[in-house]
Design a protein around this ligand. Structure first.
Ligand code: HEC
Ligand code: HEC
Length: 348
């Protein structure tokens, strides 16, 4: 595809994040007009009550075995939606080997996790609760038991899901996913530029936008979120150029990505093509968080994916463009969590 047609494609697909588009003002589902939300699956419509419940669960450390870790510990929605660490710290100070992606705009991911092992936000949310190095609950029944022991939640689940759908791992995941669908960041300078506000992009960022088309970054990062392309909808090989010195320097080939999941050699070193939206805010970079700065991530990508060396000025142009993809963050307020008067649910 030439750069003009991919430019048109990007513009057309950007309508997804157009200002006001996707605003859930429908009185029928009870969402306040001010809350933007990503499209929801038919079996989990977004409602205001569900979003509020999901937000509480997202912030509640009692959903971890020893009461120390919540989703927000690693996905700080007061800022980047990640933790800006190479690898996250979970229960008992344990660390894994992958970096926490942002939850901002995760609702638009065609697949979740670096290796795409969850198809939906609902599926994804069930994982960390029982991951031994994240929230460490014994099993999903133990999670349900915790939530059932908090009277305020019992009431809220009734209001949100009705008497016929009691508290279960599915309704817990649905509420959390509904909250995550409100974590969208529209109106980045680039969106405003595409909608006609030509002064929203600096000439440097404009040059960077041209460059990512010219050198071929957009053969992978394309569409409204600069994730997959029509040729490569979800996944791509990384590193492509395994001989680059960057591969050893940043340990880019140690983890087999999808190959470790499917145990199929053809998937070795395939990874989800991550979004460029807010990428300027989510350092360090790559699945292992090994690259500390955005300029270095751009140099690495040019070399290991496209076997190209960019000049320093070109790197800065691309970085300026990537910075223009930081959107507007809807204000988050810490929710008041329901109490358990007279007892604690978390014992040492
Ligand atoms: C201990 C840190 C930690 C906790 C706690 C945690 N996460 Fe994550 N999260 C991660 C890491 C690390 C990954 C990437 C793992 C991978 O891809 O293998 C991830 C991936 C994700 C993704 C996928 C995003 C993408 O772009 O692929 C979502 C969504 C997410 N987490 C939401 C949640 C929710 C909801 C909770 C609470 C139920 C939660 N996380 C708890 C660290 C954490
Ligand atoms: C062949 C496909 C492909 C091409 C071409 C490509 N990328 Fe990537 N990009 C990926 C994949 C896959 C990842 C995830 C790598 C990983 O596992 O950490 C990625 C990750 C990134 C990241 C880090 C994102 C994060 O959240 O850590 C940045 C920044 C990036 N690419 C920018 C670029 C730029 C700039 C270019 C062009 C110079 C480019 N990419 C070319 C597939 C590609």
């Amino acid at each position: 595809m030439n750069s003009v047609s991919s430019f048109v494609l990007i513009i057309l697909s950007l309508l997804v994040l157009a200002p006001g588009c996707g605003k859930m003002s429908d009185a029928h589902n009870g969402i306040a007009p001010s809350i933007l939300s990503a499209p929801a699956p038919t079996d989990n419509p977004t409602t205001l009550e569900k979003v509020h419940l999901g937000q509480k669960l997202f912030f509640d450390p009692r959903l971890s075995r020893d009461g120390t870790v919540s989703c927000s510990s690693c996905h700080n929605v007061m800022s980047s939606g990640g933790d800006n660490r190479s690898v996250s710290v979970g229960i008992g100070g344990k660390t894994g080997n992958r970096s926490a992606p942002t939850v901002w705009n995760a609702a638009f991911n065609p697949v979740q996790f670096w290796d795409g092992r969850a198809a939906t936000l609902e599926d994804q949310a069930k994982g960390p609760l029982i991951n031994a190095i994240e929230m460490g609950m014994e099993n999903h029944e133990a999670v349900v038991k915790r939530v059932l022991a908090i009277p305020g939640y019992v009431e809220e689940f009734k209001t949100v899901f009705g008497d016929s759908s009691p508290i279960s791992i599915d309704t817990i995941a649905k509420a959390i996913a509904a909250y995550e669908r409100t974590l969208v960041t529209p109106n980045s300078p680039f969106d405003r530029y595409v909608h006609g506000e030509t002064s929203a992009l600096s000439t440097q960022a404009e040059r960077g936008f041209q460059l990512v088309n010219q050198v071929g970054c957009t053969s992978c990062h394309s569409g409204p979120h600069f994730m997959g392309s029509s040729d490569r909808p979800n996944f791509a090989q990384f590193p492509v150029n395994a001989n680059s010195e960057y591969v050893a320097k940043y340990r880019l080939a140690e983890d087999k990505g999808r190959g470790a999941l499917t145990m199929n050699k053809v998937d070795d070193h395939y990874w989800k093509i991550p979004t460029w939206r807010n990428v300027a805010l989510t350092a360090p970079y790559f699945h292992n968080g090994s690259v500390p700065t955005l300029d270095e991530a751009v140099r690495v990508m040019a070399k290991v994916q496209l076997n190209t060396s960019l000049t320093e000025a070109q790197v800065q142009d691309v970085v300026a463009f990537l910075n223009s993809l930081s959107g507007e963050f809807p204000k988050q307020e810490l929710p008041r969590l329901p109490d358990t008067p007279g007892i604690t649910l978390v014992t040492p």
